[in-house]
Design a protein around this ligand. Structure first.
Ligand SMILES: Nc1ncnc2c1ncn2[C@@H]1O[C@H](COP(=O)(O)OP(=O)(O)OP(=O)(O)O)[C@@H](O)[C@H]1O
Length: 278
């Protein structure tokens, strides 16, 4: 009997639960029974109320946190330690202030043993791609917020990861710069076959960018409460996408689900405050 070939997911979480020990010695279940499957080349966003475990899930995919139960695989291999197939982009970029832009971008390659000359050549290519060709010798404090993000994008992509794990990477930017960065990210991604797992509080951003949007429920013990395919054709122009009738319909449908979880989180935070005050 022949079996169909099994899909090798770029990221695969099966039944993952994460329990933290609280400072008082108690236990807190951040997420429970999370199943997440991301195919190579797919752009998946995770949205959910504050504290619903979005970063916890990303950290498990990155191998920075072990699940308390359940399994994490990447391209068929168990993730044991840091996931070498993935690059991580945080809300706060991780640029080293004492290194120039080109040295920051080269870092991943030189740390992997690539010669400095070769790393510089590749970095220049990336700086050109992200519009920073003339800023190679600047230091991070001499850059605007958008330029810092472009540097961080080049830093994450230069090592040619198969997976990009992005934790609210653009949330600190003003609205216009953010939309430009989102467009640039999509352009880069479209010409690659990289899987992206993108965390955001912003449902507009999630729908505009993604192939699939996953909704996490209110904590503690958050689970996946919804998954939506975003069938808006690509390439997409993010500057206009919010007027697209399909976008408007999807937004209405997904927000209908998400707002229930946001209200639950808000109510339980209020109850906690009231019982603390009593
Ligand atoms: N190391 C830790 N020890 C104890 N509790 C933790 C730890 N890390 C996270 N938590 C708790 O787990 C829950 C989920 O946290 P997480 O940061 O994953 O949520 P999030 O959805 O990313 O939050 P936000 O949207 O506010 O960034 C939160 O209640 C948080 O306080």
């Amino acid at each position: 009997m022949t079996h169909p070939a099994q899909t090798e997911y770029a990221v695969e979480l099966n039944g993952c639960t994460k329990e933290f020990v609280t400072p008082g010695g108690g236990s807190y279940f951040a997420v429970r029974d999370i199943d997440l499957k991301v195919e190579p080349g797919r752009f998946v966003s995770i949205v959910g109320p504050t504290g619903s475990g979005k970063s916890t899930i990303l950290n498990m995919a990155a191998g920075l946190l072990n699940p308390s139960s359940g399994t994490v695989h990447s391209f068929g291999q168990p993730v044991d330690g840091v996931n070498r197939r993935a690059s991580y982009m945080f809300q706060q970029d991780a640029l080293l202030p004492w290194k120039s832009v080109i040295d920051n971008v080269s870092l991943g390659l030189t740390m992997a043993g690539v010669s400095k000359a070769e790393a510089y050549d590749e970095s220049r290519r990336w700086l050109e791609k992200v519009g920073l060709k003339n800023f190679a010798d600047r230091y991070p404090h001499q850059l605007s917020g958008g330029m810092r993000k472009r540097t961080a994008v080049a830093q994450a992509w230069i090592v040619n990861p198969d997976i990009l794990l992005m934790d609210e990477p653009f949330s600190a930017l003003d609205v216009q710069t953010r939309q430009i960065m989102e467009n640039e990210l999509l352009e880069l991604w479209q010409e690659s076959n990289k899987a992206v797992v993108f965390i955001t509080h912003d449902l507009d951003e999630a729908i505009a960018l993604s192939d699939e949007v996953i909704i996490l429920g209110a904590g503690p013990g958050s689970t996946v409460v919804g998954s939506y395919d975003i069938d808006i054709p690509r390439p997409r122009d993010l500057l206009d996408i919010r007027d697209d009738p399909k976008f408007v319909d999807l937004h209405r449908e997904i927000w209908g689900r998400l707002k229930v979880e946001v209200s639950r989180t808000y109510e339980s935070a209020r109850e906690e405050e009231e019982s603390d005050a009593a």
